[in-house]
Write a protein that binds this ligand. Structure first.
Ligand SMILES: NC(=O)c1ccc[n+]([C@@H]2O[C@H](COP(=O)([O-])OP(=O)(O)OC[C@H]3O[C@@H](n4cnc5c(N)ncnc54)[C@H](O)[C@@H]3O)[C@@H](O)[C@H]2O)c1
Ligand SMILES: [Zn+2]
Length: 354
């Protein structure tokens, strides 16, 4: 299925990639991957006729390696192996690899074409669309980067069979977000899907739907000046939870933090945008049933509020929220008072009480 001109959701990975690489000389094919993706995902490419022609670099796995030093390794590898403007870089892995590899390709000799093959659910439904590339710098996430579109993104759900449950539900949170901001239908198919016993064929169609929703917002507003901010739903509080969890040395996966952030922001949507009380409770309970409980203390509120103030999507002193009036009806640039934010955290805390 073609979701737009460059994102293909398919179970025909081999033929899709074979045809995409055919335009490039055999000695100009490069593959960037990380240790885990090399172990779990590379075997799925073994049927591709020219796969042994690829010159491959394997970088260490994990967000802690999303650094300039890894970008440098990729540049050096490309340079030492004669990469030039006729070359193609294929990035195989989760969002860490696709962000890093895309950045390295985008900047090497002023830009080589690249294809992304995202292998985690998060990277398939989120990092695959929008062209954001980059790495963490000076302790700040995605501090350096460029926006540059891949030649193609190939999404195959067979990769997800080796992904652990926590990483599956982390990606699922972004899909739930897509449902909440855009589509009752998408939310309904997600609620029906059996996460404990996933049917990867069925998931393929649901992923394609999610990708279309992300693409809808990105195409309308590529530089995030207005409506693309819809995609930040759950992220203002979510990023604060993510940072707090890191400080407490019990890091949450990004999607889990966003899921918890969505609970607090559903409450703010109820307070400020008239979101229905009953549906808010229902959705919050559903999120807790997937992500489990996350306990915060009232003494964390000031720190969380402070962290929300640091969110890079803010303009000036205002804390900028994306809220929803109802499922599928989004409102951007909404201010909430400190009292309201604390009330939302109260709601979250009570819900997560044992
Ligand atoms: N560019 C964007 O728009 C965008 C959007 C969202 C997230 N991101 C970025 O994506 C990154 C997070 O992505 P992620 O959650 O994919 O993390 P990740 O790339 O670190 O992958 C998580 C873990 O799963 C392993 N893995 C990958 N595929 C696997 C598979 N099929 N089976 C088993 N293990 C596998 C990885 O090696 C890693 O250890 C962050 O750096 C974030 O900034 C970018
Ligand atoms: Zn996110």
């Amino acid at each position: 299925m073609n979701t737009n001109n460059s994102v293909v959701v398919t179970d025909q990975l081999e033929s899709t990639l074979t045809s995409s690489i055919s335009a490039f000389p055999d000695d100009k094919l490069f593959l960037v991957t990380d240790q885990n993706s090399a172990k779990f995902c590379l075997p799925l490419l073994c049927e591709i006729p020219n796969i042994e022609k690829f010159k491959t670099i394997v970088i260490p796995s994990g967000e802690e390696n999303k650094l300039l030093s890894s970008v440098e390794k990729i540049w050096l590898f490309l340079s030492q192996n004669g990469a030039d403007r006729k070359s193609l870089v294929v990035n195989l892995g989760g969002g860490m690899v696709t962000d890093l590899g895309s950045f390295a390709a985008s900047t090497f000799k002023r830009g080589l074409p690249f294809i992304n093959i995202p292998t985690t659910l998060l990277s398939q439904v989120d990092a695959s669309v929008g062209g954001k590339t980059g790495f963490n710098f000076n302790g700040l996430k995605n501090e350096i980067g460029v926006i540059n579109q891949p030649l193609q993104v190939i999404i195959d759900t067979r990769f997800l069979k080796t992904l652990d449950h926590e990483n599956i539900i982390s990606g699922y949170a972004e899909m739930i977000k897509h449902g909440l901001i855009h589509s009752q239908d998408h939310l309904a198919e997600l609620r029906k899907f059996d996460l404990d016993n996933p049917d990867y064929r069925e998931l393929q169609g649901i992923i394609a739907h999610s990708v279309l929703i992300k693409n809808y917002f990105v195409e309308k507003d590529p530089h995030e000046r207005n409506i693309r901010k819809a995609l930040n739903f759950g992220h203002t509080v979510g990023h604060a939870f993510e940072s707090l969890s890191l400080r407490n040395s019990q890091p949450l996966l990004h999607g889990h933090a966003v899921a918890f952030g969505m609970i607090a922001e559903l409450y703010l949507s109820r307070l400020n945008s008239g979101f229905a009380d009953g549906i808010m409770h229902h959705l919050s309970q559903w999120l807790i049933s997937i992500y489990g409980k996350y306990q915060i203390a009232a003494s964390d509120y000031e720190a969380l509020y402070e962290l929300m103030g640091h969110d890079k999507k803010n303009e000036g002193k205002r804390i900028n929220f994306t809220l929803i009036r109802s499922v599928g009806e989004v409102e951007i640039n909404r201010d909430c008072s400190k009292e309201q934010v604390f009330e939302a955290l109260d709601y979250f805390r009570e819900l997560n009480h044992d």
